[in-house]
Design a protein around this ligand. Structure first.
Ligand SMILES: CC(C)(COP(=O)(O)OP(=O)(O)OC[C@H]1O[C@@H](n2cnc3c(N)ncnc32)[C@H](O)[C@@H]1OP(=O)(O)O)[C@@H](O)C(=O)NCCC(=O)NCCS
Length: 377
């Protein structure tokens, strides 16, 4: 199915073309005998404009001159203005970008939108934020500049996403090419979003399966964690990212082997991106740190998220991860958490087996996508 653009009066329309070429009698600017790529159609047919609004126009109801061109459907294109995201837009823009995240991430997006130097834009439709996009300036732990883009459900199919993507691609072209390219994360139940991202030149690098579990009572979890820790020969200790960021980097470096990754990870950047109030659970034995779990509130009522669980290569397959997971569940429940989410790369067999063994059930996951540079749609 091809599409073409038209204007009727001041409003612009996107038309589905059946692919056949007919005689176009309706358009002032339409060349007779061919489907116009773009034309000003002064049809004077108000009914057409009304029926076409919200994509309700159908071939049978369109004037014969349109059907003759092979036009089966019209959408009214948005007249939204693309402008910089200002403080009053942040909450609405973060709520839209959150639609692309596997777990509640409004606070995270709001922080990114407010970051000095970030390229953050919104599509303003009559004073309402109908879409939002950003191109970050701080590379993520894969060395990629992150982008995000979302359009309100009610405003989709009218060209807003393309307008935002064009703006991002135009801005990206003015920056020096980032070492790791451009990266995007997208919730895995958004098939349309994935196709849209692919049009921008982004290709999936990996898929992470989502997991969720309802947390039991903190005291019961603490007890189970203590039993598991004794069996694994470790002691569990709780800390925070603010207090132990350096130790988090060391413990991650000692335990990251085996985690599938297409691009080398920058562990210092990973630790730096973690919020100060992130909670760490360390597993210690006589040789030092045997493993670490990093959890944080995800912003939803009672929602917690596991950002990382890793066991030093020397301490694997003796139950340390099981103890860490239970310790992390207990810590979250102790801070008022009622659910824990996590995501694991679908190629990470040990981690998938661990999540299953912990009684977690499958939830929403995400795709990671990357591009050397963005294609202007
Ligand atoms: C995944 C990982 C944390 C497991 O640590 P571990 O201490 O060896 O795991 P445990 O000994 O506690 O195993 C608990 C359960 O997990 C599953 N499991 C763990 N490792 C497994 C493996 N290599 N193969 C299959 N199942 C495995 C099993 O169900 C196991 O129970 P069992 O021993 O009774 O069969 C560890 O391999 C690791 O650190 N990997 C690299 C870091 C990583 O990928 N982290 C995920 C990013 S969030």
């Amino acid at each position: 199915m091809m599409t073409a653009g038209f204007a009727v009066g001041a409003a612009r329309y996107r038309a589905s073309l059946l692919g056949r070429r007919g005689r176009c009698a309706g358009g002032g600017g339409a060349a007779a005998g061919s489907v116009p790529e773009s034309a000003t159609v002064t049809a004077g047919d108000r009914r057409l404009a009304i029926e076409a609004r919200n994509g309700t126009g159908e071939a049978g109801r369109l004037p014969r001159s349109y059907a003759a061109c092979g036009i089966s459907r019209l959408w009214r294109m948005s007249d939204a203005a693309i402008r910089r995201c200002a403080e009053p837009d942040v909450e609405a823009a973060a709520a839209l970008l959150n639609l692309t995240s596997a777990v509640e991430s409004r606070t995270w997006w709001a922080d990114r939108l407010r970051q000095p130097g970030v390229h953050a834009i919104v599509a303003d439709e009559g004073g309402r934020v109908a879409g939002a996009a950003l191109l970050g300036i701080v590379p993520n732990f894969r060395g990629q500049l992150p982008i995000g883009l979302a359009v309100a459900e009610a405003a989709r199919g009218r060209g807003i996403g393309t307008a935002l993507a064009r703006n991002l691609a135009g801005h990206a072209a003015t920056l020096p090419a980032p070492d790791g390219g451009i990266g995007m994360v997208l919730r895995d139940d958004q098939a349309g979003g994935l196709r849209f991202a692919e049009r921008l030149g982004l290709a999936p690098t990996n898929h992470c399966i989502g997991w969720i579990i309802a947390l039991a009572d903190a005291a019961a979890l603490r007890e189970s964690a203590a039993v598991a820790a004794a069996r694994a020969g470790v002691r569990l200790a709780e800390s925070t990212v603010a207090r132990d960021r350096e130790r988090l980097v060391e413990a991650t470096a000692a335990s990251v082997a085996g985690m599938p990754s297409d691009t080398p990870m920058d562990l210092a950047a990973f630790a730096a991106a973690m919020p100060d109030d992130g909670v760490l659970v360390f597993a210690d034995d006589d040789e030092g740190t045997a493993g670490v779990a990093l959890i944080r509130p995800d912003g939803a009522e009672g929602g917690w998220h596991t950002s990382y669980t890793g066991v030093a290569v020397r301490a694997r397959r003796r139950g340390v991860a099981r103890a860490l997971k239970l310790g992390a569940f207990a810590a979250a429940a102790g801070h008022g958490g009622t659910t824990m989410h996590s995501e694991n790369d679908e190629r990470n067999a040990p981690m998938l087996a661990l999540s299953e063994a912990m009684g977690m059930r499958r939830g929403r996951g995400y795709w990671s996508l990357a591009a050397k540079r963005l294609t202007r749609p």
